[in-house]
Each structure stands twice: as C-alpha cells, then as structure tokens.
Write a protein that binds this ligand. Structure first.
Ligand code: GTP
Ligand code: MG
Length: 444
C-alpha cells in the first residue's frame, strides 16, 4: 500500500495542472507539499499514522509532513509502482500533479525534457529570520528558481510565505517579505502586483485549507483557494495535430502501433496521418488508451494508435505525427532564446551539444550568436557577442545536424522548448522563436 492514494476516476476527469514547488533549501517545500496532500485526503491514514509515531519517537514531530514525500521517494526507489503522472492532489476545480525539485539541474530537465512541464509554480519562502534573506541573496535558490521560471515561460506563480508560526504570525514580517521579494521579482521581469502572496504555516496548517485564526489581519483566499484560481493551460485543440512519437511496436495481428502523447490538435479514427521527418503517410485504424478504444485523442491524451500503410521501421522515437493539411515543421535552422545554465568555459560558434526537444534528441550546432540580453529586462546588451558563458541569456541561430521536427514556442510550447545537453549535463535551456523550414516532399 502506497503512502499516497491514487486518484479516483472522477478526479482524473478534472483539468490537470502541473505544479512546480520551488524555493530555497529548507524553506519548507516538502513540508508544505505533504500538508497539501494530507489536507486534500491524498495520504493513506494507516501509512501516515506510522510516520507520526516514528516522528514522535524521535522527537521530530514537525518532520512528519515532509516524511510523506520522503516515503514516496523511497517507494519509488524501491520500485513500487506509482504512476508518476498521478501523484498529486485535488482541489475543487483541478487535479494537481506535483513536480519535485531536488536540485536545479534536475529541475530544468524535468521542466523541459520530461513529460511534466509546469503550468504554474508555488514559490515557498520561509519567514524565519535569516532564511528568507538567504533565499533571495546572491546564492539563493528562490532567486534562481524565479529566474528559471521566467526564462522557461512559466508565468503563473503563487508565493507562500511559510513558517509564519516561527515569527508569531507577525504581519510586519509578512509585509516586509512581500516588499523585498516584490523588488527582486520586478528586477526579474515579474509584475508582483499580479502575483498572490499568502502567509502560511505548513506545520500548523494555517491558511492552507481553512482561514487562519492566528492571522486575522490576512483577509485573502486560502492556499487551496488560490490554487483553484489558477488558469488552466491553454487548450491546443484548435491547433494542427502534433503527436511526438515515444515508441513504436509491431503487434502480431494488428500491425504497427505508435505510442505518444497528443500535444495539440485532435487525432480521429480513420484520419490520414503523416510521420515527419520521414514523410511516410498512413491511416489510423484504431486509437487506444489503457486498453480502452477511443474515437479520438485530444491534447494531453497518451495513446497508442494502430496504423495502416506505415511500417515499424518507418517511424522512430522523436518523430512527430501530424495531418496532411498542416504537416509538422522540419527545421533546417532555428533562432532561439537560450539561457546558459552551466558551462566550464565559454560557448562559441561551432559548439555542438545535443538538443532535447519533445521526444527527440539531435546534435545541434551554434552557427551564429546574434545578441546577448539582460536576463532581468530582456533588453539587448550586446550585438554579435564572441562567446556565451554561464548565466548569459542570448538569441542564437542553430542548425540541427539531422532532420528534426520543432515548432515555435509561441505556437506549441511543448514542441518549442528544449534543453541542450553535453557530457551528461544540461548546458542550456531555450525557446524557439523562428524556424527556417527544411523542404520535405510528402508523397501521398
Ligand atoms: P529541501 O528539500 O532540503 O530543499 O527542503 P524543503 O524546502 O523541502 O524543506 P522541508 O520541508 O524539509 O523543511 C525544512 C525544515 O523546516 C524542517 O525542519 C521542517 O520541519 C521545517 N518547517 C517547514 N515548514 C515549517 C513551518 O511552517 N513552521 C515551522 N516551524 N517549521 C517548518
Ligand atoms: Mg524537500
């Protein structure tokens, strides 16, 4: 029995939001997340009792909420099957999937390469004297995470000022944090007046599910109400079909089965489809998810499709399926906005890391450094820089060394954001702003 309950079918019918919980070390991310799971009925009672007793014995009662997440991590490591997509909690409007953030390298990888891309972020900052100051200081992860979220285009943010119990629920401390953090956010390009700030205590539960009686000076919504007020991700149903391929099988009796997630558009039974970059054309015979037949697949649906006219060897992971009237774009060159996350020296023209974009990986060469931007304002600070180093934000031209399908980030975020990796590290993250398409002929 897992510590976290699996959602019922009804919960999964609610719109999904991926929530990234971010913030500086020890500011209470795990505690607050555990508390959210508990308050929304997603923690197994028996499992939690065990944790409570253990924590009590060790005199570490405050740790019991964070241990919910630790236990979950353990279960994952021991290989107990937990559907990673479905670890989360439910508010009245949404089902939230939590994106765990151990370190920033994994964070970026999760956000860009992984299946889970954040629709919104919950920034946790501690009100404890010194902790908040460290979080927004030069080495602070609150600062770093805010910067990354901005760069990756995650625009919905809630700030939870946590550990209010430690400062006797003092309104002045809350206002001071709101003011100081607001200044930093403005520097990073946010409008802090549009971001809700809420004082909470993950340990005592104040303002999480019910209004705090310790902070009658706060008359805003509770944290669960704020989560409910987030905007759902844009529906990409009206856009052309794009389904990046995750896997391909040849099934005896059925033929070729292609597995992937529809990112935009609608795929219908009987549709004529094209696989790019190979330009192979075929027809959809059936669509399945979890052994259920579907008439169509919409954005967010993970499906297996049985196709006629396409051989298993004509399709591979990283290809993208579309329809003939608007086939997926194969890129000859791209122009992208990149942020250099880490690189031991400097990046110049000719550097060729591997681009990870949707399910594809392709060696991609920097062919022009167009301009360097001020990361805080987006203003150009240098034309045609000689090289780029850690922390730089730049507009660059790149050339994939093999055919690959991409789209502009503004059209289809899932096909327009990428990570650049080299020697097992994420060197940079970026968004595609322009594409010079390659000519690909489709024979029908
Ligand atoms: P990392 O995962 O290491 O980055 O830390 P984290 O942000 O997940 O913090 P965590 O939840 O582990 O909490 C760190 C410490 O702060 C623990 O000792 C918690 O018990 C304590 N803590 C978290 N929230 C609160 C709170 O609201 N009040 C009090 N008094 N302590 C808290
Ligand atoms: Mg933690």
């Amino acid at each position: 029995m897992s510590i976290v309950k699996q959602p019922q079918a009804d919960a999964l019918k609610k719109p999904h939001l991926n929530l990234a919980v971010v913030g500086h070390i020890d500011n209470g991310k795990s505690t607050l997340t555990g508390r959210l799971l508990l308050e929304t009925g997603y923690v197994d009672e028996k499992g939690f009792k065990e944790i409570e007793e253990e924590a009590k014995k060790l005199g570490k009662e405050d740790f019991k909420y964070a241990w919910i997440l630790d236990r979950l991590k353990e279960e994952r490591e021991r290989g107990i099957t937990i559907d990673a997509m479905h670890v989360g909690f439910e508010t009245s409007k949404y089902f939230f999937t939590i994106i765990d953030l151990p370190g920033h390298r994994d964070f970026v990888k999760n956000m860009i390469v992984g299946a889970s891309q954040a629709d919104a972020a919950l920034l946790v900052v501690s009100a404890r004297p010194g902790e908040f100051e460290a979080a927004i200081g030069p080495q602070g992860q609150a600062r770093e995470h805010l910067f990354l979220l901005k760069t990756l285009g995650v625009n919905q943010l809630i700030v939870a000022v946590n550990k209010m119990d430690v400062v006797n629920f003092d309104q002045k401390r809350f206002e001071q944090i709101k003011n100081d953090l607001g200044k930093l956010m403005r520097l990073l390009g946010y409008d802090p007046t549009k971001v809700p700030f809420i004082p909470v205590s993950a340990v005592t539960g104040d303002n999480i599910k019910s209004k705090s009686t310790n902070m009658s000076w706060y008359n805003g919504p509770t944290l669960l109400e704020l989560l409910d007020a987030l905007q759902p991700p844009p529906r990409l149903t009206d856009k052309p079909l794009r389904m990046p391929v995750q896997d391909v099988f040849s099934v005896t009796g059925a033929g070729t089965v292609i597995v992937g997630r529809v990112e935009s558009g609608v795929l219908k039974n009987g549709d004529r489809i094209v696989v790019m970059p190979s330009a192979k054309v075929g027809d959809v015979r059936s669509i399945e998810t979890h052994h259920m037949k579907l008439d169509d697949a919409k954005p967010g649906d993970n499906v297996g499709i049985n196709v006629r006219g396409i051989d298993k060897n004509d399709v591979k992971r990283g290809d993208v399926i579309g329809q003939l009237n608007a086939p997926p774009t194969v890129a000859d060159e791209i122009v992208a906005r990149v942020v250099i996350l880490e690189h031991p020296t400097a990046i110049g023209v000719g550097y060729t890391p591997v681009m990870h974009v949707h399910t594809a990986t392709v060696p991609t060469q920097f062919i022009e450094l167009i301009s360097k931007l001020d990361p805080r304002t987006g203003q150009t600070v240098e034309q045609k820089p000689q090289f780029l180093k850690k922390g730089d934000v730049a507009i660059v031209r790149m050339k994939p060394l093999k055919p690959v399908v991409v789209e502009k980030y503004s059209d289809m975020p899932a096909l327009g954001r990428f990570a650049l990796r080299d020697m097992g590290r994420t060197v940079a993250a970026g968004q595609i702003i322009e594409i010079k398409p390659a000519k690909v002929e489709i024979k029908t």
